[in-house]
Design a protein around this ligand. Structure first.
Ligand code: 9MR
Length: 580
């Protein structure tokens, strides 16, 4: 193909399935331009007029939208031409998303702590020795960065295993929980889904179990009295909202709670492969939110393994019930972010975590007490929305709406309708932005994951109604992530002609050390972030980028280009859904 002369044509660089909507975008001023679809031999096989849109606040551009949905003939080497521009070649073919689902799942194997990442599965390039293979940790004690004195705990726990959260080596319960839920939901929806990941890496069930076992290890032993801050953390003047200081301490019976995280005392340098991390590691105080993340996922575990491994299921259920009781006893213990070396994942509203955990426990056990807790929650009658690590109510709604339980059919119908209503609200956002994605003009940290969590709800709305418009919305999200965006980039490594290559990651960092590998295929960048531009790369862009353009493929851009388990998990969910 000739080198493009005009502006870039942005489209899904992977291509399109034959029957799906097909959209390409060019940023060009003026009235509607003529476009042609060329086949591999250069023949024009379709043509039409673009639709102009703009000025568009999300991209900061005037846009020409090209719709060639009517063209369905499978093939490769297709190109779109408009004016002096020509796109990179792309495919039209069935089964486009299956490899992506398997690679996106393999990300979790790569992120494993505690075991070597084996060459026979990932190849020599990505193989590495085990990171933190004997993680026997005790609690942080002494003065934190703000001078608060912590008492520690009278035990150490073997917390080996689980997944590293992201580019750092922290292992967090808040965030581990939603990520684990999302993978478990893939398999609960469709028990045949993803029996293996790319390279023969463990399938979704085995991979999820690896994290579940870690969450179980993070539970506080019976009979433990701890001194922890009780009540809402206080904002720190002049600091970002997530930097909080602890309220006064009180002695609590912490039996059955879960520690917020196990992580490095100090941030490690970039790069630091996991097996070379020699910093002090600590358990950080238990929190109500971490405890409810354990309760919810362990209850889900008890359902999923009931037949296949009754002993494991029973262990999960006992842990879940103990955790839920512990959270009820201690409903007001929040994470503070006064430690350095790891993220905070602080959340001052745990009403949604209570609802989620009660919904899971009710669905698993049918017990009246959990049902009463579900029905008493404001979230039972609230609006559904896209879930995220601090907002998990909709995970509970999904479970109640889609899994068998003793909830009256009329209530199940109402909850289903609320999921569909959320999907309708997302679709209503699409006409207002140039790239036509079901998303509002607000690009926060990890925006790509927010978009995927919306896509998950669109997928569920399709399942519940059979209406094709919801699938079309999922395709809009997939198209945006895989290239139909103002950066002309695929945010998924290894997928597309111009894919993300330099994530913020301590091992996949070839730009810092040529001996280190780049990201394996199937890893999602956090994506544009115009609301918390706190890293050195983002600070330079700040004030000079339209929201969708506030992004850079740079290892130092931790607020724009990190990877994370809660971001890849909905990628697995959505790619597996598309692959069905
Ligand atoms: O995804 C998290 C985002 O919602 C927060 O705004 C941000 C700042 O607190 O932290 C993000 O999570 C990071 C975590 O704290 C540490 N590991 C990497 C995560 C992704 O950047």
């Amino acid at each position: 193909a000739a080198a493009p002369q005009g502006p870039a044509i942005n489209l899904n660089q992977l291509g399109f399935e034959p029957a799906d909507p097909k959209t390409a975008i060019v940023e060009a001023e003026g009235g509607p331009l003529d476009w042609q679809l060329l086949d591999a031999a250069g023949n024009t096989v379709a043509s039409g007029k673009a639709q102009s849109f703009g000025p568009d606040a999300a991209s900061g551009a005037t846009i020409q939208r090209i719709d060639f949905s009517g063209f369905r003939a499978p093939g490769n080497g297709y190109r779109i031409r408009i004016g002096a521009s020509e796109s990179a070649p792309f495919d039209i073919r069935p089964n486009l998303y299956r490899p992506l689902a398997r690679d996106a799942l393999a990300f979790f194997y790569h992120q494993r702590a505690g075991v070597p990442i084996e060459a026979r599965i990932v190849g020599e390039k990505w193989a590495r020795p085990a990171g933190h293979p004997h993680e026997i940790a005790t609690c942080f004690a002494g003065k934190d960065e703000r001078g608060t004195e912590w008492a520690g705990c009278p035990y150490s726990l073997d917390v080996t295993g689980g997944w590293y959260d992201a580019g750092d080596h922290g292992k967090y319960l808040v965030n581990g929980g939603i990520s684990l839920w999302t993978l478990l939901d893939v398999v609960e929806r469709n028990p045949k889904a993803l029996p293996q990941a790319a390279g023969g890496a463990p399938g979704v069930l085995a991979e999820a179990r690896y994290e579940m076992e870690f969450l179980l290890r993070m539970q506080v032993p019976e009979g433990t009295q701890l001194s922890v801050p009780v009540g809402k953390p206080k904002p720190v003047p002049g600091k970002p909202v997530w930097e909080t200081a602890p309220p006064p301490f009180a002695a609590i019976d912490a039996s059955g709670m879960a520690h917020q995280k196990v992580a490095d005392r100090w941030w490690t340098a970039l790069p630091t492969p996991p097996h070379k991390d020699d910093r002090e590691r600590r358990l950080y105080p238990p929190t109500t939110a971490a405890t409810l993340n354990l309760a919810a996922t362990a209850a889900q575990c008890a359902r999923i393994w009931r037949k296949a491994d009754p002993a494991f299921a029973a262990r999960c259920l006992a842990a879940a019930e103990r955790a839920y009781a512990a959270a009820k006893r201690n409903p007001d213990v929040y994470a503070t972010n006064s430690f350095t070396g790891s993220g905070g994942y602080g959340d001052n509203d745990v009403s949604d975590e209570f609802f989620w955990a009660a919904a899971e426990l009710f669905t698993t056990t049918g017990k009246a007490a959990y049902r009463a807790a579900v029905e008493a929650s404001p979230h039972f009658r609230g609006e559904a929305g896209a879930p995220s690590w601090p907002q998990v109510a909709t995970l509970g709604t999904i479970v109640l709406a889609t899994r068998p339980s003793t909830l009256p059919p009329a209530e199940v119908q109402r909850l289903r309708a609320s999921l569909v209503a959320a999907a309708d609200r997302f679709l209503a956002d699409a006409p207002a932005n140039g790239y036509r994605i079901p998303f509002p003009n607000r690009y926060d940290w990890g925006s790509n994951s927010n978009l995927l969590n919306r896509a998950m709800l669109l997928g569920l709305a399709f399942d519940l109604t059979g209406n094709e418009k919801y699938r079309a919305g999922v395709i809009d999200v997939a198209d945006y992530l895989l290239g139909r965006n103002p950066n002309g980039v695929s945010y998924v490594s290894g997928y597309g002609t111009r894919a993300m290559r330099n994530p913020h990651h301590r091992f996949w960092a070839p730009s810092l050390d040529p001996n280190l590998p780049g990201p394996p295929p199937g890893v999602l960048s956090g994506g544009p972030n115009s609301t918390a531009m706190v890293d050195q790369v983002a600070m330079k862009l700040k004030g000079h980028c339209a929201p969708q353009r506030c992004w850079a493929d740079d290892v130092h851009a931790y607020a724009l280009n990190e990877v994370a388990i809660n971001w890849n998990a909905p990628l697995v969910w959505v790619a597996a859904w598309l692959a069905e």
